[in-house]
Design a protein around this ligand. Structure first.
Ligand code: NAD
Length: 461
């Protein structure tokens, strides 16, 4: 398939077969690293860190700029690998995002800050490397999320060991290959292993910081291991984002944005719209508009234009099917979809809009992480806000209205790390992103993201 894949794939006899998400053909073989490989990677990262720090901020920024250009140049090949392994039709789009976030980590300004100065005494805060940073990632945006972890950590003078998801290791190994065309040995190492290797990495006594993006259940385990190694944590966990549509909304103007807020990457987005509360006055019009877009959106892994790919893996496919079946059995209305599309491949599921469903149904209360949106009717906005906030998760939320001030007032009452108005899910590399409640703690991106991979030292003059 190309040089990058050839460089990272193992010999068929020694590696684990990784399947194309759409066709289930073998894409390549992931090396199977064990705990000895992990220990060696951490020792190499520890040994390389002082020189990487001593290289200085300007030199590291220059390297990151060059790496960003190289990531961009690899978009056709790396993007095609993402499409096969992860399933998203526009794999190159994810690569462009990875280049953008790498560049942003290079360009963000950070330096000592003066906290107090009365003419006689001055206190400054300085940002220094933590040491060895571990990155543990998920399968939905394997390359972009790896960059979210790696680029800020490298910029701040840390060395990094990255453990991709066992579902999407090849594209992250290929990304690391691109980084390592520019980096000294030991500064960045990828370890391809399963959840046991992840657990060992999280518990390792020689790791200073863990950036974890994945499920809330795994996040809790990582918190437990951090009681022993006292690794600092950034936890980007699951979401069950609510959207609230106010009665004054202009439905034709927002319908497409609502749809893609929920169905981008086939719904496999941490901060996708996952429960939509719609006022009774516009409920039927919104449901019909969403169903018509869903029914008209092409599915398949190849072709021009925006389309929906497969669900990435069989376990996630089972979750999506179970949640829809439960909704159906409770009498909810499957307006469109509600079934697999086996003619396209075993993991395709038709985009599904479910109406006349209530809180308490599994599809509303649990994270579906797939191409299904439950639409819930409300009559009182205070009640909708209460239901939106009733979730244990608090990643994102959105409010939809023709009156921005009214939407902002509702936004102020929602318990989420990010609230969008008349949009859902857009991210900016300079704007901090993170969750509340069981969606995790700490933030990524921008200057706050750099501070999250730095030790803070106060110097008093
Ligand atoms: P997951 O928790 O199953 O796996 C994530 C990673 O953790 C994998 O690399 C896995 O090998 C590793 N792992 C598993 N057990 C481990 C352990 N005990 N210790 C250390 N590592 C371990 O999550 P997933 O299914 O890959 O991803 C889907 C979830 O990720 C969804 O809940 C989604 O909302 C969430 N997510 C969150 C964000 C965010 O920014 N908040 C972004 C993307 C995905």
């Amino acid at each position: 398939m190309g040089q990058l894949l050839d460089a990272v794939t193992a010999a068929p006899g020694s590696g684990r077969a990784i399947l194309d998400a759409a066709t289930r053909e073998v894409v390549g073989y992931a090396p199977v690293h064990d705990t000895a490989d992990l220990d060696a990677a951490i020792a190499a990262a520890r040994a390389a860190q002082p020189d990487w720090d001593a290289l200085g901020d300007d030199a590291r920024r220059d390297l990151l700029r060059r790496i960003a250009d190289d990531i961009e140049a690899s978009a056709p090949e790396l993007g095609a690998l993402i499409t096969r392994e992860q399933g998203k039709p526009d794999g190159a789009g994810e690569v462009h995002g990875a280049a953008m976030w790498t560049r942003s980590a290079a360009e963000t300004q950070i330096g000592p800050e003066v906290l107090a100065d009365d003419g006689e005494h001055r206190s400054e805060i300085h940002y220094e490397p933590l040491g060895v940073v571990a990155s543990i990632g998920p399968w939905n945006f394997p390359v972009m999320i790896a960059v979210w972890h790696i680029a800020p950590a490298l910029r701040m003078g840390n060395t990094v060991v990255v453990k991709p998801s066992e579902h999407t290791p090849l594209s992250v190994l290929a990304l690391v290959e691109v980084f390592n065309r520019h980096l000294p040995a030991g500064v960045l190492t990828a370890i391809s292993g399963d959840r046991e290797v992840g657990a060992r990495l999280a518990a390792h006594p020689d790791v200073d910081k863990i950036i974890f993006t994945g499920s809330t259940a795994t996040g809790r385990r990582i918190v437990e291991s951090s009681a022993h190694n006292l690794a600092r944590l950034t936890l980007e966990l699951g979401g069950n984002d609510a959207g609230i549509v106010l009665p004054d909304v202009d439905v034709p103007a927002i319908a497409s944005k609502l749809f893609w807020g929920a169905f981008m990457n086939t719904g496999q987005v941490c901060a996708a719209l996952k429960r939509l509360y719609v006022h009774d006055d516009v409920y039927d019009v919104v449901v019909d508009a969403l169903a018509s877009i869903a029914a008209g959106t092409p599915i398949g892994s190849e072709g021009e234009g925006r389309r929906l790919g497969p669900v990435q893996n069989p376990d996630q496919f089972s979750i999506v099917s179970r949640l829809v079946d439960d909704a159906r059995s409770r009498g909810a209305r499957i307006v469109t979809g509600g079934e697999p599309a086996p003619e396209l491949g075993p993991l395709f599921y038709r985009p599904t809009i479910v109406a006349d469903i209530e809180d308490g149904a599994q599809l509303v209360d649990e994270e579906q992480f797939g191409p299904v949106l439950p639409v819930i009717r409300y009559t009182d906005v205070d009640d909708a806000i209460r239901r939106a906030n009733a979730s244990s998760q608090g990643l994102g939320a959105s409010v939809w209205s023709s009156d921005v001030a009214a939407a902002a007032a509702v936004a102020g009452r929602l318990q989420a790390g990010t609230v969008w108005i008349n949009a859902h899910g857009g991210l900016n590399p300079q704007v901090p992103f993170g969750g509340r409640k069981a969606s995790g703690y700490g933030v990524e991106f921008g200057i706050e993201g750099l501070k999250a991979v730095a030790a803070q030292k106060v110097v008093n003059f």
